[in-house]
Write a protein that binds this ligand. Sequence first.
Ligand code: UT7
Length: 327
Amino acid sequence: MKKVRIRGVGHYAPERVVTNEYLATIVDTNDEWIQTRTGIQSRRFVAPDQTTSDMAAEAARMAMKQAGIQPDDIDLVVVGTSSPDMLYPSTACVVCDKLQLKSPTAFDLQAGCSGFVYGLTTATQFLRTGLKKNALVIGADAISRFIDFSDRTTCVLFGDAAGAMLLSSTEEGSDQVLCSIDGTDGSGGKYLSMPAGGAQKPASIYTLQNHEHSVHMNGKEIFKFAVRISIYMIENMLQQTGLTIDDIDHFVFHQANVRIIDAAVNRMGFSKEKVIYTLHEYGNTSSASIPFTLSLANQNGTIKENDIVLMVVFGAGLTYAGSIVRW
Ligand code: UT7
């Protein structure tokens, strides 16, 4: 088997900052509720002329530049997203066009917020077998386009962003992806869904009137699942690798709710100082949450070469995924 190297990371967030105070002017909510229940203070929304593939391409450009890899050398593109530009072509194909990539294998991976980490594990297999040499794995979501702004239980949670990682297959050195875990509890699909717009319920005047083209969520059920599955994934990955909590330099949780992260951290009994948070400023950016946080932390020097980074995420499906990497 060949080794997988992380060559570069990138991120992008749109310019428009949307504060809790602003949301309180359009729906019955307030800054105090949002901050105490979620930790979120603000988020970013795409501009009217921007879409998911634009953010994905920006994050990818940054990762390619950092890696020093040219467009012609990318032979795999995986985009984790649940807010594709359109049903088809896939957002990955649109990104190939925007970046002028030669002829890579390109596909979207729909695993809710877990899309990026599912994509990381998928790309890793292509690289280890040597089938592909340079993979762009992107997590990008413009969930603001699918929010019902009359539903205060969901509209305060999400923000738009993208994050990317460029991975290469090599013969030398050690593999930087130390382990992974992923899975699905399909019985929980009903707790987080967008009911209409697919083959089961195509768009109609009724689906529009019933607000069925937006995020529908049972927050309490997702919360319970999230805490339980995050702890399970951490314990499983530590067991797989023989590492201990003390060996982990940084924990990157899905940036959904500070209370979910803190509940898992408190139950496992480790220091919050090792946890990297971006949700206060950017909200829940869905598939972008993990790669966006990794890239930002890399840029500001929080994550350094050789650090051991553990990431866990959960999402619609209900899916879950985790990985431990050496930076
Ligand atoms: O990527 C995965 C995406 N999803 C998640 O990660 C969601 C996970 N779940 C959560 O983060 C939390 O469950 C929420 C933040 C969504 C909700 O927090 P909660 O502590 O579970 O609140 P709740 O649903 O029990 O609601 C408590 C009260 C309710 O009022 P009543 O019935 O007690 O009078 C809600 O109607 O808070 C009310 N409420 C709000 N009030 C002000 C719900 N949303 C809001 C709001 N502003 N935005």
